[in-house]
Design a binder for this molecule. Structure first.
Ligand code: ATP
Ligand code: MG
Length: 332
């Protein structure tokens, strides 16, 4: 079985619809066909300041959402990044192999640091793609299911795997991004030129899966479309409507042409009203299941402990080989 590895940040509490459609949904499918490792990346979360109590609580909430989304601890390895110290250890090694200029070209960093201002930007935010390299290479992952925003980081990971392998001998599996075209990028409902993100300019364009369902329904109903009236998929000229069709299609399994036919001659209002209902039907059981896991923290923590143990077995082996190849004197 080919191996997959992916992670999600616990920073916002609730996952948003982009996280789910762009990443987590694929994670659930891939656990059937792949040897799957999924983690809540708390080390990445502290690249921006976090309140300790909130971080701890949000980490459990993230894990509960992953289980609610359908991850099965019997069929995949689900863990918390900081429970496996090898991430930070291999991260350092990768820091030393990455060029400063190379890291400076990462557009996610440029975007995020521009939003925050240079004075408030940590060195950790700058090197977070390098920690991500370690995350992936530790597990010898063949594929990395992510949204389009992560493609550049996977490319950098490939460069580093190749660099290490050619300098020190074959050590790391070459990973490939696994990005589904249809849901690679879910856009902000108020600004369909921007990706839906937890750091969105306005909360009105962001669907948080754990919000009251009626709040999400309202956001769908007030989504930005265009002055035209035709319900047709055209990402270039009709980004708002196209985004709604993508979401609708993925949540229901109806194809885009089927939806275009269903709404032929109808107004945007009809599409939005129906999608709002689809959204409520999706988030309501999702919230309930998440709450069930949160109501039983002992079971949740036991699942995570078992996951960390399975993850560490793999990570420790890769780190030991890496240290040996680098020429570190073994501890006796
Ligand atoms: P931030 O904007 O602070 O980076 P985020 O919303 O991207 O947060 P992450 O935890 O960084 O959340 O991302 C988790 C996964 O969700 C990643 O695989 C990422 O590619 C994917 N993802 C995030 N936003 C979207 C989106 N709008 N459309 C599709 N996939 C997305
Ligand atoms: Mg992100």
């Amino acid at each position: 079985r080919p191996r997959v590895l992916s992670g999600i940040q616990p920073t916002a509490g609730s996952f948003h619809l982009g996280n789910y459609l762009g990443a987590v949904r694929q994670w659930v499918a891939l656990q059937e066909s792949h040897d799957a490792f999924y983690m809540v990346v708390d080390l990445h979360a502290i690249t921006v300041p976090q309140d300790p109590a909130e971080l701890r609580s949000n980490t459990r909430i993230a894990a509960a959402q992953l289980l609610a989304a359908g991850l099965d601890p019997e069929r995949c390895t689900l863990f918390i990044q900081s429970h496996v110290p090898e991430h930070a250890q291999l991260g350092w090694v990768m820091n030393c192999l990455t060029g400063f200029g190379e890291a400076s070209r990462m557009t996610q960093f440029k975007d995020k640091s521009a939003k925050q201002g240079a004075d408030r930007t940590s060195v950790g935010l700058f090197t977070y793609p390098i920690l991500q390299i370690a995350d992936i290479l530790l597990y010898q992952a063949h594929q990395v299911p992510v949204g389009e925003d992560q493609r550049q980081h996977i490319e950098l990971t490939r460069d580093l795997a190749e660099r290490f392998n050619s300098r020190y001998g074959d050590t790391f599996t070459m990973p490939a991004p696994y990005i589904l075209k249809e849901t690679a990028k879910i856009y902000d409902l108020q600004d369909p030129s921007a990706k839906m993100s937890k750091s969105a300019a306005s909360p009105k364009g962001l669907i948080n899966l754990l919000d009251e369902p009626k709040v999400s329904a309202k956001k769908v109903k007030s989504a930005v479309t265009d002055t035209d009236t035709v319900i047709r998929y055209d990402a270039e000229n009709k980004p708002g409507v196209s985004n709604l069709l993508t979401i609708y299609s993925t949540l229901t399994g109806l194809s885009i042409p089927e939806l275009e036919q269903k709404y032929e001659g109808k107004m945007y209002g009809a599409l939005k009203t129906d999608l709002a209902e689809v959204m409520v039907d999706f988030v309501t059981p999702f919230r309930d299941r998440t709450q069930e896991y949160l109501d039983d923290p002992e079971t949740l923590d036991a699942i995570l402990a078992k996951g960390a143990e399975k993850a560490r077995a793999v990570a420790a082996e890769t780190l030991a080989t890496t240290y040996d190849r680098l020429g570190f004197l073994p501890a006796k």
